[in-house]
Design a protein around this ligand. Structure first.
Ligand code: LP5
Ligand code: MN
Length: 287
């Protein structure tokens, strides 16, 4: 599958199919743009790990379904429960080797794009090469057959969760990441486990509203880029929201998180963007 280019890209960006166009309403605000044809499938927040075998199996089956039916698969973040550095692909544990092989099979058949979430922002080019994928920019405009939409993980829009935004700033700092990546793998895994535990504990004390995206941040993003549709994950609140921004009807689509391992849980699904527009598919209804 070829990825046609929009606008007039620089050489490096054009190789990845991403270009920079001037924001439609504010020329100072540029946004990478990815033009895709056919049926685009999107899924996020799989949180794959050794301890989630049923979720992993469902995801592997989903990858085959996507390769059979889609022209592109976009995975905008939290594919993994924690990603501590691309060197894990040198000697992956068996569960991860299965996932990488499944992704690589998919990446050979359709265009595969992976984006950073708040748990796997250390995914890099080495992983992307291993699975035949390309890395999505943090926020990207997708020009799809049914119209354009913005795509991001969603954590950057949770602006009222100030403790998280401080944490995010810290761990996205390049020097901080370099120091982390210089540590031995086992040590990094232990730090990530500790962060996950701390995060779960911290969330007990947070009001649910602050862990959702802020409406003002969403509206500002859409306005800044002259867009009317946004797709994101992260909040684990799959839905479609319709609202007006400066007299224009806007939509915000939230991707579902996946969990087929926790007792009683059958969570998961994906979004299809094609010439008919956008539609959410629940994994429970998708046999
Ligand atoms: O992940 P989720 O959905 O449960 O919760 C998120 C926010 N939590 C996080 C933390 C991650 O879960 C931790 C896993 C990271 C694995 C990466 C490994 C590689 C790390 C390498 C770094 C270079 O993202 C949670 C939000 C929630 O979403 C809803 O939006 O509330 O935010 C938090 O819980 C963060 C706390 O509120 C703040 C933590 C304070 C610690 C500050 C110290 C900063 C310096 C870090 C030093 C270790
Ligand atoms: Mn997330």
């Amino acid at each position: 599958m070829t990825v046609p280019l929009a606008g007039s890209p620089g050489a490096a960006a054009s190789a990845a199919g991403v270009t920079h166009d001037a924001g439609l309403h504010d020329p100072a605000q540029t946004l990478p743009t990815l033009r895709l044809d056919g049926a685009i499938w999107l899924a996020s927040d799989l949180h794959l790990s050794a301890g989630m075998p049923a979720t992993r199996e469902a995801f592997l089956a989903f990858l085959e379904l996507a390769a059979d039916n889609a022209t592109a698969l976009l995975l905008p973040g939290d594919l993994f429960d924690a990603w501590v550095g691309d060197d894990v692909v040198d000697a992956p544990p068996p569960w991860l080797a299965d996932v990488l092989d499944g992704l690589a099979r998919c990446g050979k058949r359709i265009a595969l794009w992976i984006g950073h979430g708040n748990r796997d922002f250390l995914m890099g080019e080495k992983l992307a090469r291993r699975i035949g994928a390309q890395l999505l920019p943090e926020i990207v405009r997708i020009q799809a057959p049914g119209g354009a939409f913005l795509l991001c993980h969603g954590d950057e829009l949770c602006t009222e969760d100030v403790a998280y935004q401080d944490f995010r700033k810290q761990v996205r700092d390049a020097a901080w990441q370099a120091a982390f990546l210089a540590r031995p793998l086992a040590e990094r895994e232990a730090i990530a486990d500790g962060m996950r535990r701390d995060s779960q504990q911290e969330q007990q004390g947070k009001a649910p509203e602050i862990m959702d995206v802020s409406q003002s941040a969403v509206e500002a993003l859409l306005q800044r880029h002259g867009a009317t549709r946004l797709i994101h994950g992260h909040t684990h609140r799959p839905d479609r929201h319709v609202f007006m921004v400066a007299g224009r009807r806007c939509e915000r689509w939230v991707l579902p998180d996946w969990d087929l391992d926790t007792r009683g849980a059958t969570r998961g699904g994906w979004l299809i963007a094609d010439e008919d527009g956008l539609a959410l598919n629940d994994i429970e209804l998708a046999d």
